[in-house]
Design a protein around this ligand. Structure first.
Ligand code: NAI
Length: 474
């Protein structure tokens, strides 16, 4: 089978960019991206895309209206598709069984039901591809729903094709992925569906980077990859705490261990903690699965990676308060960066949210600057629904970093935006209250230089001041 018509359910951070690249690389395939959110689709059809990704607008301009369509007509898109990507959100459950850990599969289930109801009699084989990150054996549930609602002359093959793109470098990651994973049934029909999807990727991905395997391995590999990546961050962050207490420098330790080819240098940057919509959610999902499989030791092992991340964030915000003479009440604190990482406007699980909330609880006034995060988003993330006026009282958002820092007692770097490297910190220092503090949660600035300007600098994984130096070991 040759895929000619692709439909993607979910026009978010995964569905949108993935389908843009497929449309760009496969001009003979018609790609329709649909979403139940009319606002999101309207934004994809505008010059102001709903997500910020470097290079994405260029790809959209090239393909939109040619073989790439963004639409709210979900049924029409499903009917005409021979391959359907499910790219809907799979957030952590907030209620009921598995609350706070298990992935909420209601959107995936709804998508499967919609496909079953909409597919027309006699429309033949439809390949349904699970791209959302799901628990192991979720494909079985999708298959069950589809097969129990099957219409005459329709058949389904379910594939697992998890997405490994990272926000902020999605275009690059999609254009040259380390690997593309396709899991499917170990039958002739399964193998033929795998090969139809592989043919789509073969338009631009070298054959040796396309890995095929059984469905359950593919589903688990995505959870495992995120767990391993997050584990590395928690591991280096745990070393950062030891460095701060001893006088070692975590960047030097990272370089030393990263030179070991068995360890490698990537993902060894200590910071205020990992964020984003995936790492925590996927590890908690893995923890829940392990508990359900009666593997409490496995669950405990992975849950430490998340617990440590929570500790790292609160350790940093406690340090801010301690340094500011143990009180931040009514003090202006400038937060530079609100997105969970640079080159994205996504704030889901951003460390900045946790730090801001902690400081707000202590009565601090926050002035926030992020080049890609709107005030509306900051409000969603920080407003307390039971006390909404508190947000307006304590938080202001700024369009430039200098007004945000003016009159502030401290500047806190939460996101590693490149533009923060070249700010005029002398100008900033002069407009601030003294002593002026700078907390570099990304370990990205020239601390010596900042010290010369007059800042009291604190950072992650390196002791710059005499505070907390003397430690007793016995
Ligand atoms: P998102 O929340 O940005 O987008 C999901 C979209 O699906 C939303 O726009 C929502 O309105 C839409 N949707 C939900 N149900 C629908 C339905 N029945 N029909 C049509 N549209 C529907 O989520 P995001 O970040 O794109 O993630 C999607 C999946 O991909 C998740 O499972 C996530 O874990 C996974 N993933 C995310 C990555 C990321 O960096 N954001 C990377 C790799 C995987």
């Amino acid at each position: 089978m040759t895929v000619k018509n692709i439909c993607c359910l979910g026009a978010g951070y995964v569905g949108g960019p993935t389908c843009c690249i497929i449309a760009q690389q496969c001009p003979e395939i018609k790609v329709t991206v649909v979403d139940k959110s009319a606002d999101r689709i309207a934004a994809w059809n505008s010059e102001d895309l709903p997500i910020y990704e470097p290079g994405l607008m260029e790809v959209v301009s090239q393909c939109r209206g040619r073989n790439l369509v963004f639409s709210t007509d979900i049924e029409a898109a499903i009917r005409s598709a021979d391959l359907i990507f499910i790219c809907v959100n799979t957030p952590t459950k907030t209620f009921g069984m598995g609350q706070g850990k298990a992935a909420d599969l209601k959107f995936v289930e709804l998508a499967a039901r919609m496909i079953a109801e909409t597919a027309e009699e006699g429309s033949g084989l439809k390949i349904v591809v699970e791209k959302s990150t799901v628990p192991v054996r979720a494909a079985e549930s999708i298959g069950n729903i589809l097969r129990h609602n099957i219409k005459p002359g329709v058949s389904y093959q379910i594939l697992s094709n998890p997405e490994f793109l990272a926000e902020g470098s999605a275009v690059e990651d999609l254009l040259s992925p380390d690997r593309v994973l396709i899991g499917g049934e170990e039958t002739d029909a399964g193998r033929s569906a795998i090969s139809a999807l592989a043919d789509v990727y073969l338009n631009w991905v070298p054959k040796d980077r396309i890995i095929t395997m059984n469905t359950w391995s593919s589903e688990l590999s995505k959870l495992a990859a995120n767990a391993f990546l997050a584990q590395r961050i928690s591991s280096i962050n745990s070393m950062s705490a030891v460095c701060e207490a001893t006088g070692a420098d975590v960047s030097e330790v990272a370089e030393a261990i990263g030179r070991d080819t068995r360890i490698g240098p990537k993902f060894l940057k200590a910071s205020v903690g990992f964020g984003g919509s995936c790492f925590q959610k996927d590890i908690l999902n893995l923890v829940y699965i392990s508990e359900c499989l009666n593997l409490p030791e496995v669950a405990e092992y992975w849950s430490q990676v998340v617990s440590f991340n929570t500790f790292q964030r609160s350790r940093f915000s406690r340090r801010i308060i301690e340094c500011l003479f143990n009180t931040v009440t009514d003090k202006k604190i400038c937060i530079l960066g609100f997105a969970f990482k640079k080159n994205t406007g996504d704030t889901r699980e951003s460390a900045a949210i946790y730090i801001s909330r902690h400081l707000m609880e202590e009565g601090a006034n926050l002035s926030i600057y992020d080049p890609k995060v709107s005030k509306g988003q900051v409000r969603i993330d920080l407003e307390d629904s039971e006390n909404p006026e508190r947000f307006d009282k304590l938080v202001s958002c700024h369009l430039d970093p200098y007004t945000a820092a003016s009159e502030a007692h401290a500047v806190v770097i939460c996101t590693e935006w490149d533009e923060f490297l070249t700010l005029d910190y002398k100008r900033m220092y002069e407009s601030m209250r003294k002593p002026a503090f700078l907390f570099d949660g990304r370990k990205m600035l020239d601390h010596e230089q900042l010290g010369k300007i007059g800042f009291h600098v604190e950072t992650i994984g390196r002791r710059l001041n005499r505070r907390n130096i003397e430690r007793t070991w016995n």
